[in-house]
Design a protein around this ligand. Structure first.
Ligand code: C2E
Ligand code: CA
Ligand code: CA
Ligand code: CA
Length: 274
């Protein structure tokens, strides 16, 4: 390769270097996007398994990029997590959710919190300040954290969760079953909900193991007094399994995709009138 001269090196930049530059570019754009208000929230209903009535909404972030169009979180959350930006992003989403949730009365609003935020000392103070400033009832707020967040939670992280719970904020364990947390870990934290990861739900009725695992988690969770939610519910058959096992709540395309605020509010209003 040396014989090809220096130009060749410029043409065939190592891939990691290109990816690093791409990440830096996305990072810079994301900072600007936060300032310009290009990040929007969509709301996905969470329903009671028995009645199929909406009991909450999960707020999910979208990036409406002026030239690239709508970008899903999978393309930019990891970038934000590579820097301090994730703290700003999660704080922004929380504030927007608390403000907009006024259009979604009587139900819980769930907001995702990156595991990295658990190590951010000001996290709880920021949540408390946001709740005050937006005059939002803490008991209507649910924070979703992943298994990795509780597994590497320091004692400060544990205290932070306890403080939040003390205010009435609910705590959901997201993507349950994909990491290494067990229900033993769960008991050490003031968790109020377990969200069984969609990979298990997808295989209900397909793989015998999936049904056994879901049934086991639901049973154990119930005996600990924790709300069980299944995510990624797409079919009536999956819902039938969940009913049979005694899961409390479900979320997924079977009921609704994530919706813009106005559509979510209309759905809730129709339900109230029915
Ligand atoms: P998640 O918290 O597990 O969110 C659920 C994801 O599953 C969402 O993807 C949702 O659109 C999708 N989904 C919902 N119903 C179904 C279904 O029936 N089938 C299938 N296959 N998928 C379904 P989305 O919105 O692309 O979000 C991806 C991930 O990005 C989220 O996973 C969450 O980890 C992260 N995320 C989203 N918004 C935020 C945020 O504001 N802050 C942070 N820190 N992370 C966020
Ligand atoms: Ca979530
Ligand atoms: Ca999840
Ligand atoms: Ca996830």
């Amino acid at each position: 390769a040396k014989a090809e001269g220096r130009g060749a090196y410029r043409l065939f930049e190592p891939r990691f270097e290109r990816e690093r530059l791409e990440r830096r570019r996305t990072e810079a754009e994301l900072v600007a996007a936060l300032d310009k208000g290009e990040l929007k929230l969509v709301f996905q209903p969470q329903v009671d398994v028995e009645s199929e009535r909406i009991v909450g909404f999960e707020a999910l972030v979208r990036w409406d990029h002026p030239t690239r169009g709508r970008i899903l979180p999978g393309a930019f959350i990891p970038v934000a997590e590579g820097s301090r930006l994730i703290n700003r992003l999660d704080a922004y989403v929380l504030r927007q959710a608390c403000e907009q949730a006024k259009e979604l009365p009587g139900v819980t609003i769930s907001v995702n919190m990156s595991p990295l935020n658990m190590r951010h000392a000001g996290m709880v103070d920021n949540i408390i300040a946001t709740l005050r400033q937006t005059d939002f009832d803490p008991r209507r707020l649910e924070i979703e954290i992943t298994e990795s967040a509780i597994l590497d939670a320091s004692s400060e992280g544990q205290d932070a969760l306890a403080r939040l719970r003390g205010l009435g904020v609910r705590l959901a364990l997201d993507d349950f079953g994909t990491g290494h947390a067990s229900l033993v870990h769960v008991r050490r934290f003031p968790i109020t909900k377990i969200k069984i990861d969609k990979s298990f739900i997808l295989n209900l009725g397909v793989q015998r193991d999936a049904a056994a695992i879901v049934e086991y988690v639901v049973r154990l969770g119930r005996s600990l007094g924790i709300t069980l939610t299944a995510e990624g519910v797409e079919t009536r058959e999956q819902l039938r399994f969940l009913r049979a096992f005694g899961a409390h709540q479900a979320q997924g395309y079977l009921f609704s995709p994530p919706l813009p605020l106005a559509a979510a509010a209309a759905l809730l209003k129709r339900q109230a009138e029915a």
